[in-house]
Design a protein around this ligand. Structure first.
Ligand SMILES: Cc1cc2nc3c(=O)[nH]c(=O)nc-3n(C[C@H](O)[C@H](O)[C@H](O)COP(=O)(O)O)c2cc1C
Length: 430
């Protein structure tokens, strides 16, 4: 296959309302069936009077559906067409009078119109690629890509065919519209005032108008990179707290100890009184059976003294099964050695509470950090009701006060979504 790429000379400055097809027909009467016109979107925008007097930043705001990435004053945004572009494609270069130029409103429709009009003027069947210049993630330099298309498929789908060696091609889908846009730009570079290139000799003959360049826009939920790195981190931070839900059924899959250690490291960044570090986390492994059996006996003793029957006790006790079943358990606790002594009960209790809430903040951090690593957890209260038994079973000092047990593992299924709670139900203003 031999391809030629020629510029169309003498297009001149396009004015709002100009008939592009007529101008092209006058300057390129040599167009033939099968030619592909690669047209810079700027002249299409000018002909369609997409000028705006709005301040550039306001124009970008108006064109922006969401911000994908931001660095300094540069914004990479998704516009209403689904295109991801620097500055939403708002252009101030080569635009007279300090105005801004927006992209064509519907570049695929513009391409279809131009194709039909050229057919009327010259009686030839061409394909149209409308281009805009874009940067690429991971690569320096810009390239022209197709934002509007008529008469060609955007993509040559080679999936299901085989390569020269007979190996099946599973993912090969050359984006021919973008390749043609890039090829056209080799000739119609901005500096030489050639806004149109004609590609001749391509092996796909123009056919139906087709779905246009829109076909190349990847669905956001299929796009691994639909946000910039900083924006993805910011979103992750915002959603981290919501990622934690109590998980009571776990998969039979080992939990990496490093993840538990990392979650403890995150936990102990919680705020605490007097610059103290009152958090302790006991990863219970070889003493698990001894601990859970000792706790079970203590609980049965408590329930007997409450007057429960054996059947009632059995029923109650079975609720503690989660700590037997969970892949890992951690007993979080508080040490109050940094608490200030007070002679009166009121302040002594407040000081106690202060350390308890600080420890609770650390435990919540722990659970959120686990969730951030994909680990489910359930904070189970039982050790709080038998601290002496826990200390003895785990050989812990007297100053360790257990604050429950955290069952840890990979969730068997996604916990159900909790209906959102309205802040106003919990937020008072005085
Ligand atoms: C201090 C504390 C003790 C808890 N004790 C238990 C418990 O003994 N058994 C249990 O199933 N869940 C226990 N939970 C978990 C709550 O039941 C759970 O947080 C609640 O159902 C809300 O669900 P969510 O964590 O998914 O938002 C406890 C939670 C806290 C904060």
């Amino acid at each position: 296959m031999t391809i030629t790429i020629d510029g169309v000379d003498g297009i001149g400055e396009i004015q709002p309302g100009d008939d592009l097809a007529q101008i092209i027909a006058a300057k390129a009467p040599w167009l033939r069936d099968g030619d592909i016109l690669v047209v810079t979107s700027k002249i299409v925008s000018k002909a369609e009077d997409r000028f705006t007097d709005a301040d550039r930043e306001d124009a970008i705001d108006a064109e922006t559906v969401d911000v994908v990435a931001r660095k300094g004053r540069t914004r990479i945004v998704r516009n209403a067409l689904g295109l991801v572009l620097a500055a939403a494609g708002v252009d101030t270069s080569n635009v007279p009078g300090g105005r801004s130029l927006l992209l064509p409103k519907d570049p695929d429709a513009s391409a279809r119109r131009l194709r039909a009009d050229i057919r009327v003027h010259l009686g030839v069947d061409v394909a149209i690629v409308i281009t805009d210049t874009m940067g690429r993630a991971w690569r320096t330099g810009q390239i022209d890509t197709a934002i509007g298309l008529a008469g060609l498929p955007a993509i040559r789908d080679l999936r299901g065919t085989t390569d020269d060696h007979g190996a099946p091609l599973d993912v090969t889908m050359p984006a021919i519209a973008d390749e043609l846009a890039g090829a056209g730009d080799l000739v119609k570079s901005k500096t030489t005032r050639l806004p149109i290139a004609v590609v001749r000799g391509f092996d796909i003959a123009p056919g139906e108008d087709g779905p246009g360049a829109t076909a190349m826009i990847r669905e956001q939920n299929e796009d691994l990179f639909h946000l910039g790195a900083a924006e993805a981190r910011q979103l992750g931070r915002r959603e981290a707290i919501h990622a934690r839900r109590t998980v009571r059924e776990f998969r039979d899959e080992p939990v990496p100890s490093a993840d538990i250690a990392a979650a403890v490291a995150a936990a102990v960044t919680a705020p605490a009184p007097h610059h103290s570090t009152p958090w302790r986390f006991v990863h219970v492994t070889r003493h698990r059976r001894a601990l859970l059996e000792a706790m079970r006996h203590a609980w049965i003793r408590d329930l007997r003294s409450d007057g429960f029957s054996d059947a009632q006790i059995d029923k109650r006790i079975s609720r503690g099964d989660i700590l037997w079943r969970a892949p890992e358990i951690v007993v979080p606790g508080v040490v109050r050695d940094a608490a200030h002594p007070y002679p009166d009960a009121r302040r002594a209790q407040a000081e106690r509470d202060m350390f308890t809430v600080a420890a609770g903040a650390g435990i919540e951090n722990f659970l959120i950090a686990l969730a951030g690593r994909g680990l489910g957890s359930a904070w189970i209260s039982s050790t709080m009701f038998c601290p002496g038994v826990v200390r003895e079973a785990l050989d812990l000092d007297d100053d360790f006060e257990p604050l429950g047990t955290v069952a840890i593992g990979y969730a068997r299924s996604e916990p159900p979504q909790r209906p959102p709670r309205d802040a106003n139900d919990y937020l008072l203003h005085r």
